[in-house]
Design a binder for this molecule. Structure first.
Ligand code: ZN
Ligand code: ZN
Length: 243
């Protein structure tokens, strides 16, 4: 296992040392961690949207969508850089399963401008269960959070929130089933470090939001002042914030 870890660490160094390639198609590009023009145009960049949930506003909405006005969501602000399409999916899967760790820098590069948080806000990656962490060797969200910390001057901490219970894949479950599955799946390890603080949860992909919701609930219960969520990609479809 030790040699395996060393090999992975070596691979990480090599990934960072290679010439700049477009993270979408592999074409050599001038700028490190940036898309080529073609991929840039194919990616669906997400604007600001609702001040709270980040989803597109209706013509009748002012800053905040009607749903968030009616019931302020537990996650105060949600942002993602891009819509989850072919190029975004390719990047996310390559980071997760092919260990292309340099892609975490690409994600952070495009997420950084979406961050609006105090200078002392803490970036907290959505944790993996340690069983899955052991299988994969790393948590992709931790890598992204670390790169985002470098890009934005905020502190990243992957030791404040842990997954206390392994959850089944949420795909295919209904909203209430997903909520039950992830309820109490997380725990705050150092409540004194979370109390009164602004937390920005960091994840690679936002799908239903159930997992991030459960994380936010746990952090707020531990005394966090405010919880946001910043992701690289977001699945865009009719989707209700669960409460
Ligand atoms: Zn490209
Ligand atoms: Zn909203």
């Amino acid at each position: 296992m030790t040699t395996d870890l060393l090999r992975r660490a070596g691979q990480a160094v090599i990934d960072f040392a290679l010439p700049a390639r477009c993270p979408g198609c592999g074409t050599i590009v001038d700028t490190l961690d940036a898309f080529c023009v073609d991929c840039w145009q194919q990616v669906e960049w997400l604007g600001q949207g609702c001040a709270s949930c980040g989803l597109p506003l209706e013509a009748t909405d002012i800053e905040t969508c009607a749903r968030c006005m009616a019931q302020p969501p537990r996650i105060a602000r949600i942002r993602a850089a891009v819509a989850y399409g072919d190029i975004a999916r390719g990047i996310v899967l390559k980071l997760k399963y092919s260990r292309k760790v340099a892609l975490s820098r690409t994600m952070a590069r495009y997420m950084a401008p979406m961050l609006e948080a105090g200078a002392d806000a803490i970036l907290v990656p959505v944790p993996l269960h340690r069983g899955r962490l052991w299988q994969r060797g790393f948590n992709q969200s931790s890598l992204v959070a670390r790169q985002l910390a470098k890009a934005t001057g905020r502190e990243a901490r992957n030791d404040l929130l842990r997954r206390s219970r392994r959850t089944r894949p949420l795909k295919g479950m209904g909203a209430s089933q997903r909520r039950r599955e992830v309820a109490r799946a997380f725990a705050v390890t150092h409540p004194e470090k979370v109390a009164g603080r602004e937390i920005v949860l960091v994840d690679d992909v936002l799908t239903t939001g159930s997992t991030a919701e459960a994380c936010a609930r746990t952090l707020l219960r531990a005394g966090a002042a405010r919880v946001q969520l910043l992701c690289f990609a977001r699945v865009i479809r009719p989707w209700s914030l669960e409460s």
